[in-house]
Ligand binder design. Sequence first.
Ligand code: ATP
Ligand code: MG
Length: 308
Amino acid sequence: MRAFFFKPFSINPAKRYKLKQNMETILRIAVQKSGRLSEKTQELLKLCGLDFNSGTSQLKIKANNFPLEVLFLRDDDIPGYVASGVADIGIVGENGVDEKLVTVDTIHKLGFAKCRVSIAIPRRFEYTGTDYLEGKRIATSYPNILKKFLKEKGVNAEVSEISGSVEIAPAIGLADAICDIVSTGSTLLANGLKEVETFYKSEAVLIATPGMNGEKKPLLDKLVFRIKAVQKAKKNKYIILNAPNHKVDEIARILPGMKSPTITPLAIEGWSALYSVVAEDEFWEICEKLHEAGAEGILVVPIEKMIY
Ligand code: ATP
Ligand code: MG
């Protein structure tokens, strides 16, 4: 007689993970597909430990190790998608958010894509203040933030919206002035323009659908926690040094540390090693003081994450 063995219902682990993912609450993040924000955005998400494949032409990708779905979009569309809840969160320039006149919650400033929005006029003209702009034609890709500024200053000007290459507008007779994003000013210079008003400062921000709560909120909190740890780490360095024991107290006073420096004896009699964390902007000053105080073999190491 043939024996029949009952094979219990089983799914392979990859399928099981996919099934679990389908049932899980997923946070949807909208990021710029390509442009000034995209590289730094992806770098930040990867430093937050999120593993997703960004090298394909797929515009919607699930992270392999976090309940997150990444949507790759044009940055102009991100505030609208987040405001309407199509995406839960997004990374975009502050100027992009204000330009769209939509309501989103700004969760956290991200410290990259720093730029300013300025008005520029041809170099040959003398700028006399905002009254110079009265009755002038100003070309811009940011009509809403420009109009807000003009209104605040009580200036009546004709604002014409163009989507790119704004700097060329005065040279081809399209406008008397322009309003655009400036970072170094070299594009303005190359097009015979000078910056006369800077009225808006921007950087990349994490935005969320207004009043997000429920199951997605803990996921957002988790992500923000990681972002803060990455940002803090970038602003600090880990420092390791050797010092003769009679200098340890003096050197320890120079080192700030998260609480206090860690001190361990070296194998050589009469010497110790000190470990501490130093803020990037105080770093050189502290190193000089340490050296003067008798520290030797100073090593400086970047920190990947920092959690308090
Ligand atoms: P497109 O929508 O076609 O992708 P864009 O001009 O809107 O083009 P980017 O040039 O990639 O997009 O700019 C996106 C955001 O990056 C801007 O809204 C601004 O916040 C920031 N940004 C733009 N230019 C600079 C710059 N030179 N330096 C730093 N940040 C910038
Ligand atoms: Mg854009």
